[in-house]
Design a protein around this ligand. Structure first.
Ligand code: NDP
Length: 455
């Protein structure tokens, strides 16, 4: 049992997983897996390091850098790098822990890891960010490798930062290796990698909608509330629009925009938001340009301001849906909630959603955890690794088709596993959070046993 009160985010992620395993028949059928959980909850290795870099005034700056190499049973450690002032070991351990089981659900050979630094890209010049990325990689580069650990982007790390880090690695090792994913499309990056998490999230929810409606409904005509306005939120929003849904909100760390017309937030508006986010600007400045098409709510998350919605897709950061917001969304008619962000919902919010999986009156609600619903990003990272190893490049259509298949399998695996280990009652949606946790954990636990990690 994990007991680390000084690591609240990790404790939350651990308890969420452990409680779903304990409340299923998994430990009755496999009592030995309790030992596996104890072993799997401790990272194989944690690397912490100092990052010193020079700002534009020529002055020294220093940050804390980390890489949590959590579990390598299924393949090289794989998981993103986050650059954000809130980064600490608890946050990275929670993200790395989630990543292990998410990667297992993709069906690809990837272990779990996560890293980053408490560096804040906001308010920094492009040159300062480049110098930070090079300084960060000068140490991280000693601990990664195409068959060891392959990081990707996360909050604050886009293709541009990946490029600078990759260049630094190449300078210090002379190796052109697939040591990072999310690379530029014309030098080893996979097509569809930038889109993958957002698109994959929407593909996953499509399966939820189809299953719930017996194949009668789709995104067409659905109102969708989204939070965040970065990589995940932008591409989720664009795919929702492409499939005929209406995006009613987006947000950032300073506030939210809510559409005031039936047309919602359209693709053109999303394109201009994408441009301003590259310049590290806030949504409030976009709201001024959009005029009466949106309402800007300063300092708020969107959930209690969106009116009636069918789908909610948290896509910003952890714990961004509280119990009160979950209850508000239910009152607003939400039927499907799926996390684009990692641990987007608090445990209390998950409990609210999970307690509404059954309904005789047709208003049942279905929640999908990030480790299943947002697995599309790391899945296409896995496809990028495969392309790099084989020195080939697949077309957008090939990658997108594989992504669709992986998300379908991810959904069906969670669904079937929930039916096997929890036997839902008549009219109840199977718990996707429990099913996904059990499916991911069992696969990793079995591989760890075969490799002698526990016995
Ligand atoms: P980006 O940096 O592109 O965007 C993050 C968005 O979230 C921005 O709108 C940002 O606002 C907002 N945000 C960040 N921190 C906070 C905070 N503390 N409070 C409120 N809003 C915040 O990141 P991504 O889109 O890549 O990642 C979003 C989420 O998706 C994260 O949880 C990430 O772990 C998860 N994820 C990402 C994957 C990927 O492939 N990128 C894969 C799987 C999961 P602002 O612009 O003001 O900073």
């Amino acid at each position: 049992m994990s007991n680390l009160p000084h690591e609240p985010e990790f404790e939350q992620a651990y308890k969420e997983l452990a409680s779903t395993l304990e409340n299923s028949s998994l430990f009755e059928k496999h009592p030995e897996y309790k030992k596996a959980l104890k072993v799997a909850s401790i990272p194989e290795r944690i690397i912490q390091f100092r990052v010193t870099w020079e700002d534009d005034k020529g002055e020294l700056q220093v940050n804390r850098g980390y890489r949590v190499q959590f579990n390598s049973a299924l393949g090289p450690y794989k998981g993103g790098l986050r650059l954000h002032p809130t980064v600490n070991l608890s946050v990275l351990k929670f993200l790395g822990f989630e990543q292990i089981f998410k990667n297992a659900l993709t069906g690809l050979n990837m272990g779990g890891g996560k890293g980053g630094a408490d560096f804040d890209p906001k308010g920094k010049s492009d040159n300062e960010i480049r110098r930070f990325c090079c300084a960060f990689m000068s140490e991280l580069g000693k601990h990664i490798g195409a068959d060891i650990d392959v990081p990707a982007g996360d909050i604050g790390v886009s293709g541009r930062e990946i490029g600078w880090m990759f260049g630094q690695y190449k300078k210090q090792t002379k190796l052109w290796e697939g040591i990072l994913t999310g690379k530029g499309g014309n030098w080893g990056g996979s097509l569809i990698r930038p889109e993958a998490t957002g698109y994959g999230l929407v593909y996953y929810v499509q399966h939820m909608i189809q299953y719930a409606s017996g194949g009668k409904e789709s995104f067409s005509g659905k109102k969708v509330a989204i939070s965040g306005s970065g990589n995940v939120a932008q591409y989720a929003a664009l795919k929702v629009i492409e499939l005929g849904g209406t995006v009613v909100s987006l947000s950032d760390s300073k506030g939210a925009i809510v559409a005031t017309t039936d047309k919602g937030i359209d693709a053109e508006m999303i394109e201009s938001i994408a441009k301003l986010k590259v310049d590290r600007k806030q949504l409030s400045s976009a709201a001024d340009d959009f005029g009466s098409k949106v309402k800007y709510i300063d300092g708020a998350r969107p959930w209690l301001h969106v009116g009636n919605v069918d789908v909610a897709l948290p896509g910003a950061t952890q714990n961004e849906v509280s119990k009160e917001e979950a209850e508000g969304l239910i009152k607003a008619g939400v039927k499907f909630i799926a996390e684009g962000s990692n641990m987007g919902c608090t445990q209390e919010a998950i409990e609210v959603f999970e307690s509404h999986r059954k309904s005789s009156k047709g208003e049942a609600i279905w929640y999908a955890p990030g480790k299943a619903a947002n697995a599309g990003g790391v899945a296409v990272s896995g496809l990028e690794m495969a392309q790099n190893s084989a020195r080939i490049k697949w077309t957008s259509e090939e990658v997108d088709d594989r992504l669709k298949l992986i998300m379908k399998n991810c959904f069906e695996n969670g669904l079937q596993t929930a039916k096997t280990y929890l036997t839902p009652s008549e009219g109840e949606f199977p718990s996707l959070v429990a099913g996904s946790n059990i499916a991911g954990f069992s696969k990793v636990a079995a591989a760890m046993k075969e490799q002698g990690d526990w016995w």
